[in-house]
Design a protein. Sequence first.
Length: 296
Amino acid sequence: MSQLSRHPAEGGSAADVSGSASRRGSGPQWRQDDLDLRNRLYGRAGVARAEGVLLGRYGLGSTDEAFALMKDASQQFNIKLSTLADAVVRTPAPDAEAELWFPGRVRRGPPALPGLPVERGNGTSQGAVVAATLQRVLSITQTPMGNVQLNERGRLRLARHTGLNRYFTDFFAFVDTATTSCSQAAEQRRQVTVRDVESAPVFDDASRHAILQTGSRAAHSVPLVNRLGVPLGMVSSHHERPLTGFTHAELAALRQTGSDVGRWLAWHWNTVVLDALEHLHAAALRGPVDGTRSDA
C-alpha cells in the first residue's frame, strides 16, 4: 500500500490524472470515477507500450494483432496480460531472424515452498502461489485482512487481497511512491511494521484515510525477495487494532516466507514468463493471430 500516484500514466493524458486530484477537493476521500480513471490509464499503459514494441519488431499490421498475440500467450501459459506486457517491454529483443528468443535456455522445476498451502498440481501457477502466500502470512499474523502486490514496471500492482473493501483496493491498485510501509519495506529490503496507522507520520491524509476507512489500524509488510535480496513483490497484513509487535519466531517465519516466495517468483519469471515470450515470438513469426480485444 502507498500513496495514490499523482504521476500521469504512460499513454494517458497528464490532465486526466492530475485533474483527478483537483476534482476530489480538499478532503482525503477520492471520487470513485477518479480512481477508476487512474486505474484504467495505468492498467492500459503497460499493454499499449508492449503493443508498440511488437508492432515495430514484427512489422504487424495493427495494435489489434499485437494484442491478440499477447492475449493468446497469456491464456496458453496462465499468466496475466499485464505481466506478459511488462515482460515484452523489459526483456531484450531476440536476435534478428532468430527462430528462438532464448536459445540454449536451461529450464528447471519450481523451488520448494515449505509451509505454503499450495494445492497439488498448482505449483507452477502464480495465482495459486500468491493466494497461498497471503493465507500463510495471515495465519502467522493472526488477522483476516491483507494483500499481495507484485512489481511491474517499477511500481507495485495489487495482485490479491482479502478482508479489504473496494475503496481500499481501488486506491492502492497501483503504488509508485515511497510513503507507506510496503514502499519502505521494498526500498529498505526488510520487514516494516506500522503499529498505529492513525498516528504514524509516514502517511499522507489520503493514504491514511484509505487505510482507516477499511477498518485497519495497523499493518505489517514483508518483502518477497529473490536470491540477491531484490524485492519482486510485497505481502502486507492489516489489523483491526494497533500492534505491539511480533515475536522473533513470527518475524523469522515471515522472513522465510518472503524469501521462499521471492525465489519462486524469480523462477516463474525466468521459466513460465519466458516460455510465454518464446511462444509469442514463434506465433509472431508464423503470422497473424485471431483474438477479441478486451480491457487489460
